[in-house]
Write a protein that binds this ligand. Sequence first.
Ligand code: PLP
Length: 402
Amino acid sequence: DTSLSPRVKSLKPSKTMVITDLASTLVQSGVPVIRLAAGEPDFDTPRVVAEAGVNAIRDGFTRYSLNAGITELREAICHKLKEENGLTYAPDQILVSNGAKQSLLQAVLAVCSPGDEVIIPAPYWVSYTEQARLADATPVIIPTKISDNFLLDPKDLESRLTEKSRLLILCSPSNPTGSVYPKSLLEEIARIIAKHPRLMVLSDEIYEHIIYAPATHTSFASLPNMYERTLTVNGFSKAFAMTGWRLGYLAGPKHIVAACSKLQGQVSSGASSIAQKAGVAALGLGKAGGETVAEMVKAYRERRDFLVKNFREMEGVKISEPQGAFYLFIDFSAYYGAEAEGFGLISDSSSLALYFLDKFQVATVPGDAFGDDTCIRISYATSLDVLRAAVEKIRKALEPLR
Ligand code: PLP
């Protein structure tokens, strides 16, 4: 179709949404589906946070906000970054947006020139590659291994860097793998970044609070000499169960944040004023979200433990125990090549995910969407009962493939 711009034509639709939509269609036609595809907490937004939003509406706090975000929220974010991450930012170094997704896109658009390389370790979150393409930059994918817990090998990073390398996108805790970068590994990466003055790091820390001790979170910007080289993105969707409020933010060097702010001023203007008031209340819950978030993390941890135990017992299945987020990225590739009766050949992650959905009503996301075709991602942001049922179905689905 020549009526569409090449920029949009070359863009891939979000695959997580494709499967989620397909599952919704099944549900609408009356088929009960076990939904493990969406990256969304099953908890409600904490009550005090929701109340703050309701109050904002009642109080008539319903007008345009400052483009960069209301001062109260940006100050609260600065406080959070100082207390929790050891990072000193002024409010003019914070840009609040309609979700971390927007924060990430604006950062990529602000720093990348056409032809620049954006380094993305795989498995990666689906939007990184497409956002790089939107900036006319080239995604450079560096695969990682399940045996390395899907963590980037610094030697691989070093060998792929060129004078065109502009941005390294790191995501820890990771979607889709749940991996958490240990501080020592980040320090090694930082030493490489230091040798390449043009290279910046876009650190997606949206799952920061959903982390399982003894794993700990390190903000990349807090490492020696990395403050000026790092753009930190975080948000409210995951830890505070606020996906529908659409609230995220960027912190970084003033001139880059100003560039992102200029972009946002022409794209969407300030984030929802109502959501921002709720965001202030969320940050008021205490360090790392206080007891409220700790309760949710405890539930995620129980589910993780249940899944890890069960998938470890399954033949031909490989996993790396997630240290954070609420995903398990499972290597089922030993089953590729099998013929499923009444379905056909299981040749890759897409056909396996389709088989799970079609024949066993379990919705997952093929790893291919995240740049790793050996695996399938399941989200455990759902109850233990649902997960028990899912494990049974997957066990049954695999049996005839052996
Ligand atoms: N980054 C990662 C790794 C994510 O998984 C998501 C959501 O799925 C986002 C960013 C975007 O979050 P939001 O736009 O809801 O703040």
